[in-house]
Design a protein around this ligand. Structure first.
Ligand code: ATP
Ligand code: MG
Length: 170
């Protein structure tokens, strides 16, 4: 059985990680799509697809998980054709795991089996919450796998996020 998981992973956190660990133990292979792959260097999307790739693959490998395949997916800004766009990039999948209502709708309309994984500590394990904490110099490291902290150091992610907050307005 091949299963699909889609997210923006800005950044990858312990909520995503808990879901993927379960999926990887249940499925023969997990396909992970990095959505909005072209976006980076924005406050809501600070990290490149390659940086998000590193966060996900290092975190899973650290757990001894190797049955995954990561695919960056560019936005097409065209919901009606988005599923076929994804299909053109991935091997066939038997089931899609998502908590996002639009993604659920789009895949169901194309006949896919969609399952909603449990949400883990959603208040804190949340990309928006982690970005907010980083901006406010609050502790965020406990909300992500250690590998994500390491990648953030490697790419100088905190410095980038601080720079993105600046503006040239008076
Ligand atoms: P953002 O706040 O930037 O939207 P996010 O935490 O929602 O970030 P996404 O990359 O948007 O992360 O989500 C990818 C998938 O992971 C979605 O299906 C989302 O519902 C799910 N997800 C997000 N947080 C959790 C969590 N704490 N537990 C389980 N699933 C989660
Ligand atoms: Mg989200």
């Amino acid at each position: 059985m091949r299963a699909l998981y889609i997210g923006r992973f800005q950044p990858y956190h312990l909520g995503h990680h808990a879901v993927l660990k379960e999926m990887a133990s249940e499925a023969d292979e997990v396909i992970i799509c990095i959505g909005s792959a072209q976006r980076s260097h924005e406050l809501d999307n600070p990290f490149t697809a390659g940086e998000r790739y590193m966060m996900i693959s290092k975190s899973l490998r650290d757990e001894g998980i190797f049955n995954f395949y990561i695919v960056p997916v560019l936005d097409v800004n065209w919901n009606a054709v988005w599923v076929s766009h994804v299909e053109s990039l991935i091997p066939p999948v038997d089931v899609v795991f998502t908590n996002n209502p639009l993604i659920e709708r789009l895949f169901e309309e194309q006949g896919y089996k969609v399952r909603a994984p449990p949400l883990f500590n959603r208040k804190e394990y949340s990309g928006s919450e982690i970005r907010r904490r980083i901006s406010n110099d609050e502790s965020w490291e406990i909300l992500v796998p250690q590998a994500v902290v390491d990648v953030m150091t490697e790419i100088n992610g905190l410095k980038r996020m601080k720079a993105l907050e600046r503006s040239d307005a008076e």
